[in-house]
Design a binder for this molecule. Structure first.
Ligand code: NI
Length: 135
């Protein structure tokens, strides 16, 4: 490839960075306020801290993946509860009402379509419509 293209490709590669999830989580304390750490193929990877119980809600058009990085949580569904420990994950199918709960602080990775709002159809004061992008 021409020299200029090679230089451009090199610059592009140098702009790529790995994501340190623990470092990202260390930049904030507030629970239930996701931060975006990566975006790919129309999806976003977010990190969030869970403390206590969130609001019941559903996402009409989005499946939502929860991966526990630290601590433990449970995903309450109407009529069923799934306990998740470190290294375990669960996908809440679109349309299914759910409420994440963590008795003690838990750190969680989310993977879901870009623009998915944390409170889904419930809205309310805990809604973070435009999460901060950390990386
Ligand atoms: Ni949700």
């Amino acid at each position: 490839m021409p020299r200029d293209d090679a230089e451009a490709a090199k610059t592009e590669l140098e702009a790529l960075n790995k994501v340190d999830l623990a470092a990202a989580l260390a930049t904030f304390d507030a629970p239930w306020e996701p931060r975006i750490v990566a975006a790919l193929n129309g999806q976003e990877v977010k990190v969030v801290k869970l403390r206590g119980a969130f609001v019941w809600h559903r996402h009409a058009d989005a499946d939502e993946l929860f991966l526990v990085l630290r601590g433990s949580m449970r995903m309450e569904l109407r009529g069923r509860t799934i306990a998740l420990g470190e290294g375990e994950m669960f996908v809440v199918p679109r349309g299914v009402e759910h409420r994440p709960v963590a008795d003690e602080e838990a750190h969680v990775l989310l993977f879901e379509p870009a623009g998915t709002v944390n409170t889904g159809d419930a809205g309310g004061p805990r809604t973070v419509a435009a999460p901060e992008r950390l990386a």
